[in-house]
Structure formats: structure tokens, C-alpha cells
Design a protein around this ligand. Structure first.
Ligand code: HEC
Ligand code: HEC
Ligand code: HEC
Length: 282
């Protein structure tokens, strides 16, 4: 009996060590004999009991995050891609949206039928911008022109401003932000634009893109696809970072996403080669 005691202890220790290594990656595999790894089991059980929130991004990663939750039992608000982390499917396409503000030439859309997700919910600094910081008293003085200058205080709060890239040196903060109400954007006449309606800001310089977006050939809409149906429109800043429209390999602000695998074929269909044929002969 004594002869086997030492190897048995070594085996138990090895096993314990193995379980503790595996447990860091996948807590579920720690369901090993409790005696073999008494110190590991309770910790693993605790982390298994609190499943981590699943978070997808809708447009820009880091700026359009949405947490998966159940709208009703078994019916999630969103399904996330396990490959890219992008939102792939919506249980309710209007979840978290508000009616779009007035956009010239879109007045004919009945109230509430065009909705967007407000940007202000996603911006941590916004609440301070026009109140605590740029409240008309502080900071003292007022920018005399719109020339790019270093602004270390702002960069410390929003590091992306360090490499500000939009307009190749031609535009600066107050071309977009309202000079006295910094929690608002500004139009060409000095009027206020809500941060939740960035299309009105972007459209003042990118009129062609605003026109395309209005017509549905730039950007994205989800929802009811009948012509008069309710739709959620994606706003410009859900896809473009206004402080950096030139980063990434292609210098356009977009990193290429890995393509998804094709969806499962309907039962009984062998392949999707019929899709390669054009239905109209030419
Ligand atoms: C091309 C227009 C444009 C320019 C130029 C611009 N911004 Fe912005 N800025 C925006 C828009 C639009 C938002 C809202 C972004 C969003 O919805 O994600 C924003 C957001 C912000 C925020 C809030 C960020 C947060 O996360 O709460 C700060 C602070 C800010 N800008 C500062 C600056 C400063 C300082 C400059 C100049 C160096 C500058 N911006 C230049 C358009 C611009
Ligand atoms: C004050 C004018 C102005 C405003 C407002 C403005 N832009 Fe721009 N934008 C420019 C200029 C100028 C360029 C540079 C064009 C070029 O180099 O050909 C540019 C370039 C871009 C590019 C292309 C980048 C590239 O180099 O190919 C994108 C994308 C873009 N802007 C998106 C936006 C979005 C989204 C908004 C609103 C948040 C916005 N812009 C607001 C002036 C503006
Ligand atoms: C659903 C995402 C999405 C939305 C919403 C969106 N864009 Fe874009 N935009 C793109 C993509 C993708 C490109 C192509 C970038 C590339 O070529 O890599 C682009 C390109 C652009 C360009 C550069 C075009 C060029 O010639 O290089 C501009 C300017 C622009 N968008 C402005 C806007 C404005 C203004 C709005 C809002 C009215 C808007 N976008 C809304 C995704 C979007």
C-alpha cells in the first residue's frame, strides 16, 4: 500500500495543476474530482455562476456597443457574431431608438417612422462639455481662429484627438462643435445641431453623402422594409469617427472585417449554386 502512496500523491498534484491551468480559459472543465483540486474548484464554480455579458458592436467598435439581453424569455435583443463580435440579428430593430430630428427633404416621413439611436448615450464627456468645462466663463478667453493648435487638456481626456485626422489639416474643432455651447454641433450659420443628429453636421460639408444617405444608398437601415414602414436609420457617427476618418490600412477609417461563414442551407438543398446564375438571360 505504502508503495503506491507517493505516485498517487504526484498524480493528484499533477492533475490539480492541470485543472488549474485549464480553468483559466474554460471554467466549465474544472468539474474534476473535488479532492484532486480542492483549491481550484470553488473559484471556478464562482466564475461559472456569473456568466459574462455578451457585448456586440453595431457600427464602430468601441463606440456602438450593445449588451445582449432577453426581451422576453428565449428572445434576445441581438445576436452577436462569434467571429467578429458584430451585431448580426435584432430581436427588436427599434430597441433604444428615438425619432429622428428634422432633416430637410425628409419631412414627408410621418412622425416616429424614421428612428435613430441617440449618440449622446454613448459619449462619456458630453455631459461636462457645455456645463462644467465650456460654460461661458471657463476656460477664459475664446479661440480667435480655427487653426489647429495643440490642446493637451483635451488630448488627455480623449486620446484620439492626438492624431486628429479629418480634412487633411483643413478643419478643426469649431468647424463642427458649437463655439459657445460645446455639447452641441454647429451649422454653417452658427446655429445649433444636436449631437444626436450628426447627419445635419456632416451634410453641411458632405452634401453628396447626405443625399445618398437620404436616398438609402449610403449607410444602413433596418426594420420594416415596406416603403412606408418604420425604419431605424444608422447615423453617420455610428460608422465614422468624426475625429479620425482616415485611419486604418486603406486610410478610410475602416478596418476590414473577417467575412462570416455563409448561412446554413435550407433543409434538402445540396448547394447554393443556383445563386450564381443570373435569373435574366443577357
Ligand atoms: C468633423 C467634425 C468634428 C471635428 C472637426 C471635431 N469634432 Fe469632436 N465630435 C464631433 C462629433 C460629431 C462628436 C460626437 C461623436 C459621436 O457621436 O460618436 C464629437 C465628440 C466630441 C467629444 C465628446 C467625446 C466623448 O466621448 O464624450 C469631445 C470632447 C470632442 N468631440 C472634442 C473635440 C475637439 C477638442 C476637437 C478639435 C481638436 C474636435 N472635437 C473636433 C465632431 C467633430
Ligand atoms: C467643415 C466641413 C466638414 C464637416 C462638418 C465634416 N467633414 Fe468630413 N471631410 C471634410 C474634408 C475637407 C475632408 C477631406 C476631403 C479630402 O481630402 O478629399 C473630409 C473627409 C471625410 C471623409 C473621407 C476620408 C478620406 O480621406 O477619404 C469621411 C469618411 C468624412 N469626412 C466623414 C465625415 C462625417 C461622418 C462627418 C460628420 C460627423 C463629417 N465628415 C463632417 C470636411 C468636413
Ligand atoms: C452603416 C455605416 C455607414 C453610415 C451610417 C454612413 N457611412 Fe459613410 N461610409 C461608410 C463606408 C463603409 C464607407 C466606405 C469607406 C471605404 O471606402 O473604406 C463610407 C464612406 C464615406 C465617405 C468617403 C467617401 C469617399 O469617396 O471616399 C464619406 C465622406 C462618408 N462616408 C460620409 C458619410 C456621411 C456624411 C454619413 C451620414 C449622412 C455617412 N457617411 C453614413 C459607412 C457608413
Amino acid at each position: 500500500m505504502k508503495k503506491f502512496a507517493l505516485p498517487a500523491v504526484i498524480l493528484a498534484l499533477c492533475c490539480g495543476a492541470l485543472v488549474s491551468v485549464v480553468a483559466q480559459d474554460a471554467p466549465k472543465t474544472a468539474a474534476a474530482p473535488a479532492a484532486a483540486a480542492p483549491a481550484v474548484a470553488p473559484a471556478a464554480a464562482a466564475s461559472a455562476a456569473e456568466p459574462k455579458d455578451e457585448i456586440c458592436f453595431e457600427g464602430r467598435k468601441g463606440a456602438t456597443e450593445i449588451t445582449k439581453r432577453e426581451l422576453k424569455p428565449g428572445w434576445p435583443n441581438v445576436k452577436c457574431s462569434p467571429v467578429t463580435g458584430a451585431a448580426l440579428w435584432y430581436g427588436d430593430p427599434y430597441d433604444g431608438t428615438k425619432p429622428m430630428g428634422k432633416v430637410p427633404l425628409l419631412e414627408k416621413i410621418p412622425a416616429g417612422m424614421a428612428v435613430m439611436k441617440p449618440r449622446s448615450d454613448k459619449l462619456n464627456l458630453l455631459a461636462q462639455c457645455g456645463t462644467a468645462c465650456h460654460n461661458g466663463v471657463y476656460p477664459k478667453g475664446y479661440p480667435k481662429d480655427n487653426k489647429p493648435v495643440p490642446i493637451p487638456t483635451m488630448v488627455a481626456m480623449l486620446p484620439e484627438l492626438q492624431n486628429f485626422s479629418h480634412g487633411r489639416g483643413a478643419i478643426w474643432c469649431l468647424d463642427c462643435h458649437h463655439p459657445v455651447k460645446r455639447n452641441m454641433l454647429v451649422d454653417h450659420q452658427g446655429g445649433e445641431i444636436s449631437i444626436d443628429d450628426p447627419q445635419l453636421l456632416c451634410g453641411k460639408c458632405h452634401g453628396d453623402k447626405l443625399r445618398d444617405w437620404r436616398d438609402g444608398i449610403h449607410g444602413k437601415r433596418i426594420g420594416d422594409f415596406t416603403s412606408t414602414g418604420k425604419k431605424r436609420w444608422f447615423s453617420c457617427t455610428e460608422c465614422h469617427n468624426p475625429h479620425d476618418v482616415q485611419h486604418g490600412e486603406r486610410n478610410k477609417g475602416f478596418a476590414a472585417l473577417q467575412p462570416e461563414t455563409p448561412p446554413q442551407l435550407p433543409l434538402g438543398m445540396k448547394d447554393a449554386s443556383h445563386e450564381k446564375r443570373h435569373p435574366i438571360a443577357h
